[in-house]
Design a protein around this ligand. Structure first.
Ligand code: FAD
Ligand code: NAD
Ligand code: ISD
Length: 429
């Protein structure tokens, strides 16, 4: 015999923290909600791990960034969960799920049953081993997904500084860019290696990427593009000492940071729930299309993106927070809510730079502003409509205008005029 709850949230990350907050706002009864997390700490704002956590001075560590401080709300530590009658089961991995029987089996052997399940299992990092690289389990090869990884990276940066060592960052995406900035801030020289011709290839155009690469270059960050690592060389203690690239080049190294993407954690539900785009296919209520007792939110949800009329899976925190709140509203109202109507929003902060992006990056990219002044942006125009908007160094009002523009999708008659008007175009909407 195990425990039974009205709602179980599986996963204790960012989406789970925002789901709990919404359940409490909507008046869930004490004893009705259980959150099961493999992590040993209460839900927190994962974005802080590649930013505040890695600072050499004035670092932000837990408990500073438990949810929901990322949106300016209250910080919820374990006491808050207890005070609100939420069973927070930490340090516990769920190893099996049976959605027909509505049960979860924990690694400790307990069966927990539910009326409604919210899957918020997020993602795990892609490992170099999956590309056939050996030696990637060395102590000085770091990944970054959870607070333990971040603590390990902080230790490894300290060890690297001690020997006045150098770092190689594998991957030119979000983790690569944010960690390279953090390594530089820790006085560690950095070389970035990635297969694409420019950084942040999922979002940036070559022109946008050029601004960031030039900025990083002036700080001393070295870029090796269009290349991948092939293998590591290690010393007699197992420490990685050399990164060997595919073209045979060798880079001496003391610390390696890897950010080569993620796998959504959906394995427990393979063969039980409909999947799409690597995630759990849900409807506009964030409810599994194949089992109406199950909801999925955050990184694992493949959801209908209403504005664009297709199904997407997004790996960003704003969506994790909002999709979680939406699923909770659906559960608490017996699905008497509208469909999730999300405007994609991504952002990053590196060095003293900060950008935001809204919408989608399809069609022609129209640049505006001034790279030299670190104040520039871009609009994406598709089939005569503005569909995406990016800005570096914006003010609160400008970012709000950017979001409005991407939401409204105004007609663009003259792209040359749009380039000249720049932010003026968005501000006037
Ligand atoms: P997660 O936050 O990953 O939470 C998943 C939880 O499920 C974890 O607690 C995990 O341990 C648990 N879990 C998984 N499987 C099981 C199981 N079988 N049993 C029990 N528990 C389980 N996005 C942005 O938009 N902006 C940013 O600046 C930004 N920065 C980021 C920085 C870093 C370092 C990382 C890693 C991500 C960042 N992201 C950012 C992405 C953002 O954090 C994620 O999109 C968001 O955390 C997804 O929330 P989630 O709750 O779906 O998953
Ligand atoms: P990513 O998808 O942003 O970037 C992966 C990068 O890996 C690619 O750009 C590519 O350069 C590189 N790559 C792929 N295969 C490679 C290989 N074999 N060898 C070398 N490089 C290879 O993923 P990430 O940077 O690892 O980030 C992990 C997750 O965390 C993502 O979901 C991301 O959205 C999220 N995240 C988001 C933010 C943010 O939104 N500001 C910040 C950090 C992390
Ligand atoms: O969205 C975010 C973000 O970028 C962070 O660093 O949430 C966190 C919190 O602001 C950390 O306190």
């Amino acid at each position: 015999m195990g425990r039974a709850f009205k709602v179980v949230v599986l996963g204790g990350g960012t989406a789970a923290g925002y789901a709990a907050s919404e359940f409490v706002k909507l008046g869930i009864h004490h004893g009705d909600l259980c959150i099961i997390s493999e992590e040993s700490v209460a839900p927190y704002e994962r974005p802080a791990l590649s930013k505040g956590y890695l600072l050499i001075e004035g670092a932000a560590w837990l408990p500073a960034f438990h949810t929901c401080v990322g949106t300016g709300e209250e910080r919820h530590m374990t006491k808050w969960y207890k005070d609100n009658g939420i069973e927070l089961v930490l340090g516990t991995r769920v190893k099996a799920a049976d959605v027909r029987a509505r049960t979860l089996l924990t690694a400790a052997g307990e069966t927990i049953s539910y009326k409604f399940l919210v899957i918020a299992t997020g993602a795990r990092v892609l490992k170099l081993e999956e590309f056939g690289v050996t030696g990637a389990d060395a102590h000085n090869v770091c990944y970054l997904r959870d607070v333990q990884d971040a603590a390990h990276l902080v230790d490894q940066m300290a060890a690297c500084r001690k020997v006045e060592g150098k770092a190689v960052v594998i991957g030119g995406g979000y983790i690569g860019m944010e960690c390279a900035a953090a390594l530089h801030g820790n006085h560690i020289p950095v070389t970035m290696v990635f297969p694409e011709h420019h950084c942040m290839a999922r979002l940036f155009t070559p022109e946008i990427a050029a601004f960031y690469e030039t900025y990083y270059g002036k700080k001393g960050v070295n870029f090796i593009k269009g290349n991948v690592m092939a293998s590591f060389e290690q010393d007699e203690f197992g420490k990685v000492t050399t990164v060997v690239l595919k073209d045979g080049r060798k880079i001496a190294v003391d610390l390696v940071v890897v950010g080569i993407g993620i796998h959504p954690n959906v394995d427990l539900f393979e063969g039980q729930l409909a999947m799409e785009k690597g995630g759990i296919r849900v409807d506009g209520k964030m409810r599994s299309v194949s089992n109406h007792s199950v909801y999925a939110v955050g990184d694992v949800a493949a959801f209908p993106l209403k504005m664009y009329g297709d199904v997407r899976r997004l790996e960003h925190v704003d969506h994790a927070r909002k999709s979680a709140a939406h699923a909770v509203q659906a559960i608490m109202s017996s699905n008497k809510v509208g469909d999730y109507d999300y405007l994609p929003y991504f952002y990053s902060r590196v060095f003293t730079l900060s950008w935001q992006f809204y919408g989608e990056n399809v069609g022609e990219c129209i640049l505006f502003g001034d790279h030299a002044a670190s104040k520039f942006g871009a609009f994406w125009v598709h089939k005569g409509q503005l569909v995406g908007a990016f800005l570096e160094g914006g003010s609160k009002a400008e970012y709000a205008a950017l979001a409005r523009a991407a939401r409204q999708r105004p007609t663009v008659d003259d792209t040359r005029l749009l380039a000249m008007e720049g932010m003026g175009f968005a501000m006037a909407l």
